[in-house]
Design a protein around this ligand. Structure first.
Ligand code: ZN
Length: 250
């Protein structure tokens, strides 16, 4: 008889209280994408496992797959990496922002492995980043969009297709940046600091080398966050919330 016991590594994206003493975990895995794991009785008797299940921990999970069900039942878990431990508040917010996006997107089977790898790399990078971590979050978001096949091109105008030094707006309708020659107010709200914003976005792939020198204004942070959220909303036809970024102050 085929065993329904499964051992795999996974990243805790969400913890929800369930009934009196149990927890439901949303777990990101390379093998099955996002899975729902029920941890029975975990909140009752000062279970040794409760700390293991903290948000954004990467654990080795020992699970049991309930027959005819999408649910997995937790047997045990061993921590591999506790990401939210010993970091700053901004770093914690940036990690949680990634978890929020991952919770809200649909992950096709062929994208499960690259998205899992990308997520682990991102968390590791954020722990090493002291300044302008938000730009690392944007790079993560862009890479995620690329894997999902809904890439954004920050190096050409979406209308005239030319490479420009400065873009004045983002159009959700045309899925891209709009240069000053093509810009009309009907296309979207004009950026407050188009030069600053255009420079950051056009250098996003090599942003790791620029983090120490960048000065990013709060308004630009808001506007770049909005570009990614608008693009995701346009693609998934639903509202995306990144509550952790509302609190991020750089
Ligand atoms: Zn143009």
């Amino acid at each position: 008889m085929k065993s329904r016991d499964i051992k795999l590594n996974g990243l805790v994206l969400r913890k929800t209280n369930f009934q009196e003493t149990s927890l439901i975990l949303d777990v990101l895995t390379a093998e099955f994408g996002k899975i729902a794991v029920i941890a029975k009785g975990i909140r009752s008797n000062k279970s040794k496992m409760s700390g293991v299940l903290d948000l954004l921990n990467e654990n080795e999970f020992d699970l049991y797959n309930k027959p005819q069900s999408d649910w997995y039942v937790l047997k045990s878990a061993v921590p591999i990496q506790t990401n939210l431990f010993g970091i700053t508040f901004p770093q914690a917010l940036l990690m949680q922002a990634a978890a929020e996006i991952l919770r809200q997107i649909y992950i096709p089977a062929e994208d499960q492995v690259p998205i899992y790898d990308l997520s682990l790399k991102y968390l590791k990078y954020i722990t090493k980043t002291q300044k302008n971590g938000i730009a690392v979050f944007w790079r993560f978001s862009l890479r995620l969009l690329n894997i999902l096949g809904i890439d954004l091109d920050f190096n050409h105008c979406a209308l005239c297709k030319q490479k420009k030094k400065q873009y004045n707006s983002f159009s959700t309708k045309f899925h891209g940046l709009i240069c000053s020659s093509c810009y009309r107010p009907a296309l979207g709200i004009a950026f407050s600091s188009p030069q600053e914003l255009s420079y950051i976005l056009s250098h996003i792939h090599s942003i790791g080398n620029l983090l120490e020198d960048l000065q990013i204004s709060q308004l630009t942070i808001k506007q770049i966050n909005k570009i990614f959220l608008d693009h995701l909303q346009e693609h998934y036809h639903k509202i995306f919330h990144l509550n952790s970024l509302e609190m991020y102050k750089g």
